[in-house]
Ligand binder design. Structure first.
Ligand SMILES: Nc1ncnc2c1ncn2[C@@H]1O[C@H](COP(=O)(O)OP(=O)(O)O)[C@@H](O)[C@H]1O
Ligand SMILES: N[C@@H](CCOP(=O)(O)O)C(=O)O
Length: 320
C-alpha cells in the first residue's frame, strides 16, 4: 500500500480546472511507491501521474519539478510537470503539495541486459549535459555532509567489523573529497538514485527516468557509479557484470567523454555510491521515519557491494 492520502474523482474534478488538461475522468492509486501518494489519472488530454508529496514541502519541491521541466524541454526522457494557469508546477491538494506529470509508457526492466544498460548510459550522459545550465543549485542532500552527520547515529547498531568499515569509509571519502582529483570532477544536477525501478522501458527502448526526489548537485561520476552499482551487477552477490558495465560506460562515454580525473576517481566513486546506500539503508532500518519505508531495503546488500568495491574496481575506460 502506498497511497497515504486518498483522493476521490470528485476531489480531483474540483481541483483540475486550473490545469490545461480538460476534465478528469478516472483516478487509480499506484500501489508500488514508498515515499509519496501516486495516482494514474485519465484526463481529456490523456493519461498523467498525480503525486501528493508526503515529506517534501513547497520550498523544497521547485528544485525537483523545475529540473524535470528543464530536462523535458531539452529532450531528455523524463516526466514533464504540467503548470497550472498561474505557471505553478506544485499546488496544494488535500492540504499537501501535489504535482501532475506526464506518464511514461512501459515498465521497469528489472533484469537488464547490456542493451538496456547502453540505453541508460547514453540517456544519463544526455541528462548531465542538458542540466548544466539549470539555474537552481541544491546540493545532494544525501552527500558527504549527510554521511558525516548520519554515520555516528547508527554506529551503535553495527557489529564491530561494520563499525570499523563505516568509520574508515567516512574518513576515506572525507579525505578523497579534499583532493585535487575530486575537485577536478565535473559537477552539476544529478539523479542520484537511478536504480532499475526508476527507469521505464518499452522492450529495449528506454522511455524515461523518473523519481527525481533524491536529485541534487554532485559529481557526474557519482551518478554514474550509483547507476552502475545497481544496473550492472549480479543482484545476489553484488559482483559487477562486465558486459553490462562496458555497455553502459561506452554509451555514456560516446555522448560525454570521461576525463582523466574521472578515471582516477572511479574506484573511490564506486565506493562512495555503495556507501551512500549502505548508510541510508542502515539508517532507515534502525531509525524508520513515519509513513516511509514500509518494507526497509536490505542494508547488507550494499555492505557487500562496498566491501567488493574496496577490494577491486575495473578501469573506467581505456584511453585508446
Ligand atoms: N511519470 C510516471 N510515469 C509512469 N509511471 C510512473 C510515473 N511516476 C511514477 N510511476 C509509477 O508509480 C510507481 C511509484 O513511483 P515512485 O516515484 O517510485 O514512488 P515513491 O516516490 O513513492 O517511491 C512507479 O514504480 C511507477 O510504476
Ligand atoms: N534506491 C534506494 C531507495 C530509494 O527508494 P526509491 O524507491 O524511491 O528509489 C535504495 O535502494 O536503497
Amino acid at each position: 500500500m502506498a497511497v497515504f492520502t486518498s483522493v476521490s474523482l470528485q476531489d480531483l474534478t474540483q481541483w483540475m480546472p486550473q490545469f490545461p488538461l480538460g476534465k478528469a475522468t478516472a483516478i487509480r492509486g499506484i500501489a508500488s511507491g514508498i515515499e509519496n501518494s501516486n495516482f494514474f489519472i485519465d484526463t481529456e488530454k490523456g493519461e498523467y501521474v498525480l503525486t501528493i508529496f508526503e515529506n517534501l514541502n513547497f520550498e523544497q519541491l521547485p528544485f525537483y519539478l523545475k529540473l524535470m521541466r528543464h530536462l523535458a524541454d531539452r529532450g531528455v526522457l523524463v516526466p514533464a510537470p504540467i503548470a497550472n494557469q498561474n505557471g505553478e508546477l506544485c499546488v496544494a491538494l488535500q492540504g499537501k503539495p501535489a504535482a501532475i506529470v506526464s506518464k511514461l509508457s512501459g515498465t521497469s526492466q528489472l533484469a537488464p541486459q547490456a542493451v538496456h544498460c547502453a540505453e541508460v548510459g547514453a540517456m544519463l550522459a544526455r541528462m548531465h549535459l542538458a542540466a548544466q545550465d539549470f539555474s537552481i543549485r541544491q546540493p545532494n542532500l544525501r552527500g558527504l555532509t549527510w554521511w558525516q552527520e548520519t554515520a555516528p547515529k547508527v554506529l551503535e547498531f553495527l557489529s564491530d567489523d561494520n563499525r570499523r568499515l563505516m568509520h574508515e569509509e567516512v574518513a576515506f571519502q572525507t579525505a578523497f573529497a579534499a583532493t585535487d582529483t575530486y575537485q577536478a570532477l565535473q559537477n552539476g544536477p544529478v539523479h542520484a538514485d537511478l536504480f532499475r525501478n526508476n527507469v521505464m522501458f518499452d522492450g529495449e527502448k528506454l522511455t524515461g527516468f523518473f523519481d527525481f526526489y533524491f536529485a541534487g548537485c554532485d559529481t557526474w561520476l557519482f551518478d554514474v557509479a550509483v547507476t552502475i552499482n545497481d544496473w550492472c551487477i549480479d543482484l545476489e552477490t553484488g559482483v559487477l557484470d562486465m558486459p553490462r558495465v562496458d555497455a553502459m560506460l561506452a554509451a555514456y562515454h560516446e555522448v560525454r567523454p570521461f576525463t582523466q580525473a574521472e578515471q582516477i576517481a572511479w574506484q573511490p566513486m564506486l565506493r562512495a555510491a555503495a556507501f551512500r546506500f549502505w548508510l541510508s539503508r542502515v539508517f532507515d532500518f534502525y531509525k524508520p521515519r513515519d509513513a516511509e519505508m514500509l518494507t526497509p531495503h536490505d542494508p547488507t546488500h550494499f555492505e557487500r557491494i562496498l566491501r567488493l568495491r574496496i577490494a577491486s574496481a575495473p578501469t573506467l575506460f581505456s584511453s585508446n
